[in-house]
Design a protein around this ligand. Structure first.
Ligand SMILES: [Zn+2]
Length: 273
């Protein structure tokens, strides 16, 4: 009887081993990925620092950290992991490898600049001033300032249609629960005269600010309300904007409707179709 029991125990143990091998064939590759995770721990620590402290230059201005671009970076890397995790570093390393950068999982200046040039190259290429027949005058209700003059409410026709579809989708998204003023248009088509006036009003906005050749000339660039002070590039203001559900929704969804971001201005979206 005792012998039978011992045999049974041995058989059950053997079955368990076989079952483990059959059920978990990925064991060795899992071991590998956790080893990879370990090797990205240092990268994750480095990223936690660089996120707030990396110094780099854009538009002739010194910039500090890349925390303002975390949502866009996550979208580019196709990861939802926090930027201070090993999983994020691993996702970054995969992107770096594709870009033929050193795949160390550290978002340093080199990798950040490459990512920015990728974002910039995805933007609207044309800067031709829209002709009157390409424009329509959108109703005051679409605007952040409903008192905005009719000539400042012009939008390129296809852009407007895509915008309306995008906003309808955002409003229908129950998880978003968008307050009414969000995603309203702050600014759309700008004539050359109007752009010149804006530039005169803020002469210090610099090359990162009001462009001489603005995509707003095309009527395909929309400044949308995403929180805070509508169009202020101060880091403290952009820090508010990039954390609003409206902005995060745009980062995840705008592309589906043909809109792409200008990374530096959370409110500025361009219709690229
Ligand atoms: Zn704009």
């Amino acid at each position: 009887m005792k012998n039978v029991r011992v045999h049974l125990v041995i058989i059950v143990a053997a079955l368990a081993v076989v079952a483990a091998i059959v059920l978990f064939p990925a064991r060795s590759s899992r071991g590998q990925s956790s080893r990879a995770g370990v090797s990205f721990v240092a990268a994750a620590e480095r990223n936690a620092t660089l996120k707030n402290e990396l110094t780099w230059t854009f538009g002739g201005k010194q910039q500090r950290g890349w925390y303002l671009y975390e949502s866009l970076i996550g979208k580019t890397l196709n990861t939802d992991h926090e930027s201070t995790t090993s999983d994020f570093a691993a996702a970054l390393a995969a992107w770096q490898k594709k870009m033929r950068l050193s795949a160390d999982g550290v978002l340093d200046e080199n990798s950040l600049m490459r990512m920015i040039s990728q974002w910039q190259s995805n933007r609207l290429k044309e800067r031709t001033i829209a002709t009157p027949d390409q424009l329509l005058t959108a109703p005051p209700a679409d605007f952040y300032d409903p008192g905005r003059a009719a000539e400042l409410r012009q939008v390129e026709r296809n852009t407007y249609e895509a915008y309306k579809q995008m906003v309808a989708a955002a409003r229908a998204d129950r998880r978003l629960d968008l307050p009414p003023q969000y995603l309203k248009i702050v600014s759309a088509f700008r004539s050359r005269d109007y752009q010149d006036q804006l530039r005169q009003k803020s002469p210090n906005s610099g090359p990162a600010g009001l462009a001489v050749n603005s995509p707003h000339f095309t009527g395909r660039a929309l400044d949308l309300y995403v929180g805070g002070d509508p169009v202020d590039t101060k880091d403290s203001n952009r820090a508010i904007q990039i954390n609003t559900p409206a902005y995060r929704w745009l980062v995840r969804n705008a592309e589906r409707f043909g809109f792409r971001p200008y990374f530096y201005e959370p409110w500025h979206w361009e219709y690229v179709k």
